[in-house]
Design a protein around this ligand. Sequence first.
Ligand code: FES
Length: 151
Amino acid sequence: MGTPSNKKPGAQSEYSGPILFYNETVIDHFTNPRNVGELMENETDGYGLVGDPACGDQMKLWISIRSGRIDKIAFRSYGCPGAIATSSMLTDLAKGRTVEEARNITDDDVVEALRGIPERKKHCSLLGVLALQAAIKDWESKPILKGEEEQ
Ligand code: FES
């Protein structure tokens, strides 16, 4: 038998922090994130690294572009469950899209695809979006690679 609790019946938990309710889709993307990892240097056309100064979380994202579309995408997130789930969904949304379509994916698109995320975690969805935009900018800054990619 366990040790008897000193808590009075009906007493509240001592934890007074925020309670976050993630839906099943968010939990699925957090516990089984898609496209996690890194691309090899020779298959990386663009790389983005961004951080959220408010919470210290960080996101690295790699893309490979073929025929103007996101052919491969991979990420590493050093962040909270919200950052991991939203980054996972972002990579799912971006894969196979044209560069222009991928660039226009917003944090709202990511949250909608996840069927919602707690209000106080919405800012987490920006990390992946900003990292993808940084990776696309990086690719655009390499005119030689861009030209070779079309061949
Ligand atoms: S709390 Fe920092 S990205 Fe979620």
